[in-house]
Design a protein. Structure first.
Length: 392
């Protein structure tokens, strides 16, 4: 699996969608095109099999996947279908090396792995349904307000169509949105971080329009949301999920670091901290190309001015002449250890970061070089298994 994992999982997805095309309603087809999903699945299967005698060592990664499965409505009846097609893909790729003994061993391993997920997800489903305001599956929400935050990011304020009170969530978590794309047979599911603190009457998501770049196709869902969905339209939504969230029990300072649209979960954390934990020191660090694509810039600056416990710092990699003239940013370039030492009085804090993969790899290394305790480093990394040190 370590040597042939990605080849096997690519074959697996082809078999799966050929025999069960209805599952395209669940799986992100863009991730199939880019190869992201096959890589993530290969990593997950290999790690689970390698730790099959004691999965406690990889429970954080399993929890991340379980949370995503619950938000996507992966059900126990899906696991036998996946297992059948996975074993067939192993046979296809390994050929004569896939002896009866090898296939039997993988069948046993898959049974153990799937049982772990089924039991874990059963608890998550029951929690989602039984909590105050909770529901099963997807529930219709009305776009109550649509606000442009930058050239590429727009916020959607979502209120439940039935008018009922919403279940709370922990700042940093996300919801799954179901979208029907015109002239496409299957619907699309996407996870978006909640970008405001928990409210009783609405959820807010802030979506970046993903334009086509090199080998990456245009984001069909984000483009439709920006161009075709308006106030009054309906979006089906699942109960908030996710294992990346603010530690509300700690009294340590909080350092929120984001790149691009990665600031969305940080906004939820920031708004929660200023409303409910005004005594806790907060450092808000955001990196963007320039002010044109920098969402919530004025809001965060105002929060910093109005709250003595909040300090904000903005970095631009390609500031415009207007940015430089009006001094709309604090540093040109990238986050470095030396710069963190200048703006942070201590490394004894809780660090949260989110953004593009290359950005997060860089921040992860900087924080380790800064001497931050590994237990104090938290990040959101959709669609992957393991950690940033294993990526790319």
């Amino acid at each position: 699996m370590k040597e042939h994992g990605e080849e096997i999982t690519k074959r697996f997805y082809r078999r799966l969608f050929d025999s069960h095309p209805e599952l395209k309603n669940i799986f992100n087809q863009t991730h199939q095109i880019t190869g992201h999903q096959p890589r993530a699945l290969a990593n997950a299967i290999y790690a689970a099999a390698a730790n099959i005698e004691d999965m406690s060592t990889i429970m954080p990664a399993l929890e991340r996947i379980g949370q995503k499965h619950r938000s996507l409505q992966i059900l126990p009846e899906h696991y036998p279908i996946v297992g059948e097609n996975l074993l067939a893909a192993i046979k296809d790729i390994l050929g004569d090396a896939a002896t009866d003994e090898v296939i039997a061993a993988w069948a046993n391993a898959y049974e153990v792995i799937s049982d772990v997920f089924i039991r874990m997800e059963d608890i998550l489903y029951k929690t989602a349904i039984n909590q105050p305001g909770g529901w099963a599956g997807f529930k219709d929400f009305i776009i109550d307000k649509k606000v442009k935050e930058s050239d590429v990011i727009t916020s959607f304020y979502l209120k439940p169509k039935d008018g009922k009170e919403l279940p709370s969530f922990i700042p940093g978590q996300y919801i799954t949105v179901k979208i029907d794309i015109k002239e496409e047979k299957y619907n699309h599911l996407r996870q978006y971080s909640l970008s405001d603190r928990p409210r009783k009457d609405y959820y807010r998501i802030s979506v970046k329009r993903e334009d086509a770049m090199k080998e990456h196709p245009e984001g069909v869902v984000s483009t439709d949301l920006h161009m075709l969905y308006h106030e009054g339209d309906i979006l089906p939504v699942s109960v908030p999920a996710g294992d990346f969230y603010l530690d509300l029990e700690s009294n340590l300072p909080v350092v929120l670091i984001s790149g691009g649209v990665g600031l969305t979960p940080m906004m939820s954390m920031l708004n929660t901290l200023i409303e409910d934990y005004p005594e806790r020191k907060v450092y808000f660090i955001h990196a963007a190309r320039n002010s044109n694509v920098h969402a919530f810039r004025e809001y965060v600056r105002d929060v910093s001015k109005d709250n003595n416990n909040v300090t904000s710092h903005f970095l631009y990699t390609y500031p415009s002449e207007e940015d430089q003239k009006q001094k709309l940013f604090d540093k040109e370039g990238y986050i470095t250890v030396e710069w963190l030492q200048e703006i942070l009085p201590t490394n004894n804090a809780q660090f949260y970061f989110c953004g593009p993969t290359t950005f997060m790899k860089s921040v992860n290394k900087v924080l380790k070089d800064f001497g931050v305790n590994e237990s104090s480093i938290h990040y959101e990394f959709f669609g992957s298994f393991g950690n940033l040190d294993d990526e790319l």
